[in-house]
Design a protein around this ligand. Structure first.
Ligand code: GUN
Ligand code: ZN
Length: 431
């Protein structure tokens, strides 16, 4: 696992949720801080002076004024949509049929799947994202490609074979039985290997028959420690479609609940147009919602109720939703979350935005003991941000009187140029 190393710079970490604890108390800020990395993990966190004195023989990597944070965690992506991100002019169902499904058809080819998996992980590392939860395609080859590439890089990732047995082109459908069998085989091969976890992945109710949803529910019941990921109430037209496809369901969530697909390890992407019963049930079971703000504006989906859902106690993670989302960057995603919340009358604090992209997403996927903070004992996935990465940001940051004013221009205007270094599993991955 290599030798010890001391990273020094400005540290920002989260010790509580800044939506429920005042951010002054939820955050740990160390202006001249250090992290001791040992065996792929964070062994110590504290003032640079004292860690240097305790470990005089350890090599130091000095980041000066740059900000050391937990690596970003993207809680909902479709890595196979990398090459068609930012496709023009459609809303959800048209967008899926016009751009997404034709691209996903290509992932039966292992060479193409491997090429895009590598490209996706290169791009996300460049943007400071160290972990993600990804949909693959219906092809087991796409899952193999993604896990193989992530394993090579030592990344903690979660992914699963996307299951669809209706309302998709021929050639992009499995069956209830083959979806179950292929998912089970991939789960048994990969779940818990190195830093890899399997997520049971029915795409969404419109593309699965009740039989397939039941098969996915049965697989989840056999492997309850696995995450289950899907989409919920993203667009009004989609919600209406679901009502037509499942006339006996009480609401969209009920199409999952009735088939064993509602639980605390469930990740429900988008969750914008929720009815009262749905919110109550999601809260009751402790399920996690994933906010995808650049996608929600890009595809024209709607305004997620971050303030209301967090105030009610929902678990919420943050995500790009690549390639419905229009950017690989979690900085841009935090900026978009800020803008969407403003449209609903709430100004999210930079501490809340950064928490969502790190500890919040880790909490949504049940991994706060491993990733999402700089706590000693957790895995050393780290991003280092230059808070003066462009002339526009630099001139604004010079006016800052505290860390929050210094970091907010980077949240709103920053991109991959702000990412000075990335560490994955205690190894340098960038910078
Ligand atoms: N709903 C079902 N599939 C998808 C997808 O690939 N992207 C988005 N944004 N929504 C979906
Ligand atoms: Zn999605």
């Amino acid at each position: 696992m290599g030798t010890d190393v001391l990273l020094t710079g400005r540290l920002l970490d989260f010790i509580a949720d800044p939506f429920t604890t005042p951010w002054e108390d939820a955050c740990l800020i160390e202006d001249h801080g250090a992290l001791l990395i040992r065996g792929g993990k964070i062994a110590a966190r504290g003032p640079a002076d004292s860690l240097r004195a305790q470990h005089p023989d350890v090599a130091e990597v000095a980041y000066g004024e740059a900000l050391i944070l937990p690596g970003f965690i993207d809680a909902h992506v479709h890595f196979p949509q990398t090459a068609m991100i930012a496709s023009w002019g459609k809303r959800l169902i048209d967008w899926l049929n016009t751009y997404t499904f034709p691209e996903e058809m290509r992932f039966g080819d292992p060479a193409y799947a491997a090429e895009i998996a590598a490209r996706y992980l290169d791009l996300t590392t460049a943007h400071g994202t160290t972990s993600m939860v990804s949909f693959c395609t219906i092809h087991p080859e796409s899952v193999e490609a993604f896990f193989t590439e992530a394993q090579k890089r030592g990344q903690r990732v979660v992914a699963g074979k996307t299951c669809m047995d209706r309302n998709a082109p021929e050639g992009l459908q499995d069956t209830a039985q083959s979806g179950y069998d292929d998912s089970k085989a991939l789960l048994e091969k990969w779940h818990g290997v190195d830093r890899i976890s399997y997520a049971i992945t029915p795409r969404f109710s419109p593309t699965s028959t009740p039989d397939q949803l039941s098969a996915m529910g049965a697989l989840w019941a056999e492997h309850p420690d696995c995450l289950m990921q899907t989409h919920l109430s993203e667009q009004v037209d989609e919600v209406e479609w679901v009502k037509g496809l499942f006339p006996n369901a009480r609401d969209y969530l009920d199409t999952y609940e009735a088939h064993g697909l509602l639980g605390a390890n469930g990740l429900y992407g988008h969750s914008i147009h929720l009815e009262t019963r749905e919110k109550h049930r999601l809260l009751e079971v402790g399920a996690a919602l994933v906010h995808c703000p650049t996608s929600n504006t890009f595809i024209g989906s709607g305004l997620f109720d971050m303030a209301g859902l967090k105030a009610d106690g929902h678990r919420v993670g943050l995500a790009t939703d690549t390639g419905g989302g229009s950017n690989f960057s979690m900085l841009r995603t935090m900026g978009a979350a800020y803008e969407l919340a403003q449209l609903r009358g709430t100004a999210l604090h930079p501490a809340q935005l950064l928490w969502l992209a790190t500890a919040g997403s880790a909490g949504a996927i049940g991994m706060t003991d491993r990733i999402g903070t700089l706590a000693p004992g957790t895995e050393a996935d780290i991003v280092v941000l230059d808070l003066a990465s462009t002339p526009a940001i630099a001139q604004r940051a010079t006016r800052a009187s505290d860390l929050w004013e210094a970091v907010f221009p980077t949240i709103m205007m920053g991109d991959d140029r702000a990412v000075k270094a990335v560490w994955i599993g205690g190894q340098p991955a960038l910078g």
